[in-house]
Design a protein around this ligand. Structure first.
Ligand SMILES: N[C@@H](CCC(=O)N[C@@H](CS)C(=O)NCC(=O)O)C(=O)O
Length: 214
């Protein structure tokens, strides 16, 4: 059955790979599933046709036959559960890999998004200079703990899993801030993720959309 995802017609990051369709493309590349992409504008995302797929008017969405999913956590879990390659066979190891997906989305991503929003949307406010260091410190806390847990390992719990895929993509948003480089083992972890052939294919595919003329 054809898989169709949605992505930005023009991503605000101009193809740096931070838009969340990249993590879904990456998961599909890891498990070797072909997919089609429907590009949507910011205006179209808020129209009834897209709101039927995504009640919050965002990308990405995932369509496969009658199934429509939104939220990258759910989409990637679905992909990982239906195709080998992103979750271990052992039940406990599988549950732990899924736990890392939740940790990426629920513990690590929120302060990173807060920092990105503080820089993007609040830098003109008189209190911004005072607030930014506080927000940055709220990112450093979980990064320090994550770095301690990763230790010398390549991946968070044995072989590369959907948990690593999600965590690497979440951490990538920190690269422009320089904050990731404060944690060399996490910077190396992200680089290991980016070196995977499946990631490279996903990155190239979204870049192609964002550098297309017209
Ligand atoms: N929690 C959602 C977040 C989705 C999301 O925020 N998508 C962004 C692109 S990365 C978006 O569509 N932003 C446009 C908007 O909110 O209007 C997920 O993981 O899928």
């Amino acid at each position: 059955m054809t898989i169709t995802i949605t992505a930005f017609e023009r991503s605000p990051d101009r193809g740096m790979g931070l838009a969340r369709d990249t993590r879904v493309r990456w998961a599909l590349e890891e498990v070797g599933q072909p997919y089609e992409v429907r590009l949507v504008s910011f205006a179209a995302m808020k129209e009834p046709a897209h709101l039927k797929l995504h009640p919050f008017g965002k990308i990405p969405t995932y369509e496969e036959g009658d199934l429509v999913l939104f939220e990258t956590g759910s989409i990637i879990l679905h992909i990982a559960e239906h195709h080998p390659g992103l979750l271990p066979n052992d039940a406990n190891a599988r549950a732990r890999a899924i736990t890392w997906m939740f940790a990426a989305l629920n513990t690590v991503e929120p302060p990173i998004l807060e920092l990105a929003n503080a820089k993007l949307l609040e830098s003109d406010k008189p209190w911004s200079k005072e607030r930014l260091p506080l927000v940055a410190d709220r990112v450093r806390g979980p990064l320090k703990q994550l770095s301690a847990r990763l230790g010398e390992a390549d991946w968070l719990d044995g072989a590369f899993s959907a948990g690593d895929l999600m965590m690497v993509h979440v951490l990538q948003r920190l690269k422009p801030s320089g904050l990731l480089n404060e944690f060399p083992s996490l910077a190396a972890y992200v680089a290991r993720g980016e070196a995977r052939p499946a990631y490279k294919r996903a990155f190239a595919a979204q870049l192609e959309v964002n550098t297309r003329k017209g």
